[in-house]
Design a binder for this molecule. Structure first.
Ligand code: G4P
Length: 529
C-alpha cells in the first residue's frame, strides 16, 4: 500500500480554461488517451453549448446530462493521479467555472493560434491571476494559419497580464508547419499530420547548431528556428519552477490537439512541474494536505437528471486527510455529523464507489438537501473554507408564483436551485418580493423549466431594472450615515439568502453617486469580503 504522503504527492488536480472553440474538449480527450483512460477519440462529449442549436436551452438540458459525466475526469499517467475538473466555457455559466477554480491546484489555458486571446479567456485568467493559481498556456491549432508566435506571446503578456516563457517553439505554421522544438526536453518533434503516429517519436537535438537539425527540417527552417530561439532567450525569462508555482511566470507550449501533436510534451512537463495539492486557508487557520484529519469543501452541486429522484451530487474537494466511506464527518454549517455510504470517485468514463480518497481528489456525495456550495466538512474541527463567493449578478427579474396551489413546491424548488448555485435569490426589504439575479440570461429559462419539470411548480417573471447588486458593509452599523443610507435607499435594499444586506443600483452612475455620498460604507461585488 502506498503511503499517505506518497498518495498526496502524486496527485495533480487542475482545470482547463479557454474561450469556447479553442480546443478544450479536444485537448482533454487527448490527455485521457495518453493516460489510457479512453480508447478512442470522440469518447469525451463536448459539454459546450453548440452555436445555432434549435433551442439554446434544450441544449443546456442535454449538456447538463453530459456534464455530470465530465465534471471530473480522473486518470493515471506515469504513476501520477490526474484529476481534470471541467469548466464550462459558455459565458452564462462563468460562475460555475469561477467556483470550480476554487478547487483546482493549477490550470492549463488553451488559446487558438488564429484567434489569439479571446474574451472568456481574459476573464478566467484574471480570476486565476488574482488567486495566484499556477498556469501553463497551450497554443492550439498550429496546423492552421495563425498569428506569428512572437506576436501571440506578446498578446498574451499584454492582454492577460502574464509573464510568459516558451517551453516549446513552433517550426513554421499552418501549411508550412514542420513541427515543434521542445525547449524543455531539447528535442524536435516532426509533424506528420497523422494523429495515430507513434507519439514518442522525437529526435533529440541538444545542440541547436548540430547539422542534424538542417537534415531534419531543411536549412532555411533550421536557421529561422535558431534565430527565433536565440531571440526567445533574449526576450523571455528563463523558466523558473518556483516563479511558476507562485503564479508569477507562465510557461507556454505550442501544438495541435486535434492532431495529438505537442500534447505529450505538455503532459510530461505538466506532471513534473504542476503543483501537488496545496494548503488552503480557512477562517481560522491554514490547513495542510498532509494533516491526518480530513477536511474538504463543496464547490459544485449537480441535481439528479431524473426528476423522480430528488437527490443531488455534491462535489467535495478533499483538502486534508483521508476521506473514508461510512465515517461520520461534521457538516460545519449545520453542526451535525453525517455519514456517507456511497461516496463516488471519478474516473474518465465512470464513477465508482470508493472506500478511501486523498487530498486533491474529488468525491461526489449523494445529498438530499444538506449541502450548499461553499459548505465545509471536517472530522470535528470548527473551521470554514473561504473563497467560494457568489458574484454580483447582472440580470434581475421578479419571480412570481403562477400556480397558487403549488407555492410549497415553488419555494422548495427555488431554494434547492439556489443551493446548487444556478442563480441567487434576493428578498426586497420594502415589500418582501422575491428577485432572482443571474450572471447569464439563459439561467431564467433553465430555472423556469426545472421548476416545472422537477418540482411541479410554475413561475412567471417580471422585469426589474437593476444594473448591479452589491453587498453592503458598514464600518459602524449604528452610524448616522448607515441609518441615512437605509432610509434614503430603502426602495433599493434587499437581503440575500444568508441575510446579508444588498444594494440594487439601477445604473453605474447611481452606484457611483451612492458610493460618494456614503464614504464609510463599502459596496462589494462578491459576497465574500
Ligand atoms: P472547446 O471544447 O474549447 O469548445 O473546443 P473543441 O475541443 O470542441 O474544439 C473546437 C473545434 O476546433 C472543433 O471543431 C475541433 O475539432 C477543432 N480543433 C481542436 N483542436 C484543433 C487543432 O489542433 N487543429 C484544428 N485544425 N482544429 C482543432 P468543430 O468543427 O467545431 O467540431 P467537430 O465537429 O470537429 O467536433
Amino acid at each position: 500500500m502506498k503511503s499517505f504522503q506518497k498518495e498526496i504527492s502524486r496527485r495533480r488536480t487542475f482545470g482547463i480554461i479557454s474561450h469556447p472553440d479553442a480546443g478544450k474538449t479536444t485537448l482533454t480527450e487527448k490527455l485521457l488517451l495518453f493516460g489510457g483512460a479512453i480508447q478512442e477519440a470522440g469518447a469525451v462529449k463536448s459539454n459546450k453549448i453548440k452555436k445555432g442549436a434549435t433551442s439554446d436551452f434544450m441544449e443546456i438540458e442535454r449538456q447538463r446530462g453530459i456534464s455530470v459525466a465530465t465534471s471530473v475526469l480522473g486518470f493515471e499517467y506515469k504513476d501520477i493521479k490526474i484529476n481534470i475538473l471541467d469548466t464550462p466555457g459558455h459565458k452564462d455559466f462563468a460562475e460555475d467555472t469561477f467556483r470550480t477554480l476554487t478547487a483546482v491546484d493549477s490550470v492549463i489555458v488553451v488559446i487558438d493560434v488564429a484567434k489569439g486571446v479571446e474574451e472568456q479567456t481574459e476573464k478566467l485568467v484574471e480570476v486565476c491571476r488574482m488567486r495566484n493559481i499556477p498556469m501553463i498556456v497551450f497554443i492550439n491549432k498550429l496546423d492552421r494559419e495563425g498569428k506569428d508566435a512572437f506576436e501571440l506571446l506578446d498578446e498574451i503578456e499584454q492582454k492577460l497580464n502574464l509573464t510568459v516563457t516558451p517551453l516549446s517553439f513552433p517550426i513554421g505554421m499552418g501549411y508550412d508547419f514542420k513541427g515543434i522544438y521542445n525547449i524543455w526536453e531539447k528535442n524536435v518533434n516532426l509533424f506528420t499530420g497523422d494523429p495515430r503516429k507513434d507519439i514518442e517519436e522525437t529526435v533529440e537535438i541538444s545542440d541547436l547548431n548540430s547539422e542534424e537539425l538542417d537534415h531534419l527540417i531543411g536549412d532555411t527552417a533550421a536557421d529561422t528556428l535558431r534565430e527565433e530561439l536565440e531571440l526567445t532567450q533574449g526576450v523571455y525569462p528563463e523558466f523558473d519552477k518556483e516563479a511558476y508555482l507562485q503564479g508569477n511566470l507562465q510557461p507556454v507550449f505550442f501544438g495541435s490537439a486535434l492532431n495529438n501533436f505537442g500534447v505529450r510534451e505538455l503532459l510530461d512537463c505538466f506532471i513534473e512541474i504542476a503543483p501537488k495539492p496545496r494548503p488552503k486557508d480557512s477562517d481560522v487557520r491554514t490547513v495542510k494536505p498532509d494533516e491526518n484529519q480530513f477536511t474538504g469543501f463543496v464547490f459544485k452541486i449537480h441535481a439528479n437528471m431524473d426528476p423522480k429522484h430528488r437527490d443531488r451530487l455534491a462535489f467535495i474537494k478533499i483538502v486534508s486527510g483521508k476521506f473514508e466511506r461510512n465515517k461520520p464527518y461534521l457538516h460545519v454549517r449545520q453542526g451535525k455529523k453525517l455519514k456517507f455510504s456511497s461516496p463516488n470517485a471519478f474516473f474518465a468514463e465512470k464513477k465508482e464507489i470508493v472506500d478511501v480518497s486523498y487530498p486533491g481528489d474529488i468525491v461526489g456525495l449523494h445529498d438530499t438537501g444538506n449541502f450548499k456550495i461553499g459548505d465545509t466538512l471536517t472530522e470535528g474541527e470548527n473551521l470554514n473554507y473561504r473563497g467560494v463567493p457568489s458574484f454580483s449578478p447582472e440580470h434581475f427579474r421578479y419571480i412570481n408564483n403562477a400556480d397558487p396551489m403549488k407555492s410549497k413546491q415553488l419555494e422548495k424548488g427555488i431554494d434547492q436551485l439556489m443551493d446548487e448555485g444556478v442563480a441567487q435569490l434576493f428578498t426586497l426589504e420594502m415589500n418582501g418580493r422575491k428577485v432572482i439575479g443571474t450572471v447569464g440570461a439563459l439561467q431564467f429559462e433553465v430555472i423556469q423549466y426545472r421548476l416545472e419539470h422537477e418540482y411541479g411548480a410554475k413561475c412567471t417573471y417580471e422585469n426589474l431594472n437593476v444594473y448591479k447588486a452589491t453587498w453592503v458593509e458598514a464600518e459602524d452599523e449604528k452610524s448616522e450615515e448607515f441609518k441615512d443610507f437605509k432610509r434614503v435607499k430603502a426602495k433599493f435594499l434587499a437581503k440575500d439568502k444568508r441575510g446579508q444586506l444588498v444594494f440594487f443600483a439601477d445604473s453605474q452612475f447611481s452606484l457611483q453617486m451612492t458610493q460618494q455620498k456614503y464614504p464609510s460604507l463599502k459596496f462589494h461585488f462578491t459576497s465574500e469580503f
